[in-house]
Design a protein around this ligand. Structure first.
Ligand code: PXP
Length: 246
């Protein structure tokens, strides 16, 4: 079964638009996480950014207490955030780029270009019992590098696919690239997640990509929740994900 991880950053984005710098405020990402779990999400994803543009430290500690499925913390290669991650102890950390220098062509983490640095973070997190995922483009060199640094998971960046979705040839090419990357990663013993830009319209073709364990989806679910509520949006997405052949 393909698992759904719900990215709740945009809930905090909305709150910060009105309540920046104030305690409390609405909507509350912890409440959103509990609604998502109640509707069948098997993971909650949250990105603590160095600039704190959406999620705040207190949200992360609140999520750690409340989340009963799996808490996936997205973070950049930043010492301050590593220190927080080691205190919060999420179940898994997904290392993502924040600065331009760490980003490859499509937008994933440039693992191949900074092997030692990524390995250092991977080792520190694993030593604290936290699994490590790397958010990478579907490029052979990045998959090989993810294996080389000892990550447990990769998260394939589906942004290029989502972006090309309305161009038939280009989107099929992107599905081929994602599929090849998933096969390569699986062959190396890496566990494979995917995410970015997915919605119920572009989700069906993702069923063609093999070996996927979890999809991390945020923007669409939070947007759709305005129309049908977050629980309804999560259930609708789970229906679109059902029947994944593996
Ligand atoms: N995965 C990662 C690593 C991300 O950074 C994001 C965006 O925050 C997502 C998944 C979810 O992307 P979206 O909000 O477009 O669904």
């Amino acid at each position: 079964m393909l698992k759904l991880g719900v990215n709740i950053d945009h809930v905090a984005t909305l709150r910060e638009a009105r309540y920046r710098g104030q305690a409390g405020g609405e909507p509350d990402p912890v409440k959103a996480a509990l609604i998502a779990e109640g509707a069948g999400a098997l993971g909650i994803t949250a990105h603590l950014r160095e600039d704190r543009r959406h999620l705040q430290d207190a949200d992360l500690f609140g999520l750690r207490k409340a989340v009963t499925t799996r808490l996936n913390l997205e973070m950049a290669l930043v010492p301050e955030i590593l220190e927080i991650a080691l205190r919060v102890r999420p179940d898994v950390v997904c290392l993502v780029p924040e600065s331009r220098a760490e980003i490859t062509t499509e937008g994933g983490l440039d693992v191949a270009g900074q092997l030692d640095r990524v390995r250092f973070y991977r080792e520190k997190l694993n030593a604290a019992g936290i699994e490590v995922s790397l958010f990478v483009d579907p490029e052979p060199a990045q998959i090989a590098a993810s294996h080389e640094v000892g990550a447990q998971f990769i998260e394939l960046h589906t942004g290029a696919y989502a972006h090309q979705y309305h161009r038939k040839q280009a989107r099929n090419d992107e599905i081929q690239r994602l599929s090849a990357a998933a096969r390569q990663a699986h062959g190396l013993g890496l566990l494979v997640n995917a995410g970015h830009g997915l919605n119920t319209e572009n989700l069906p073709l993702i069923h063609l990509v093999p070996h996927l364990i979890e999809l991390n989806i945020g923007h669409h679910l939070v947007s759709r929740s305005i129309e049908i509520g977050l629980a309804g949006a999560v259930r609708e997405m789970l229906a679109a994900m059902a029947g994944y052949p593996g």
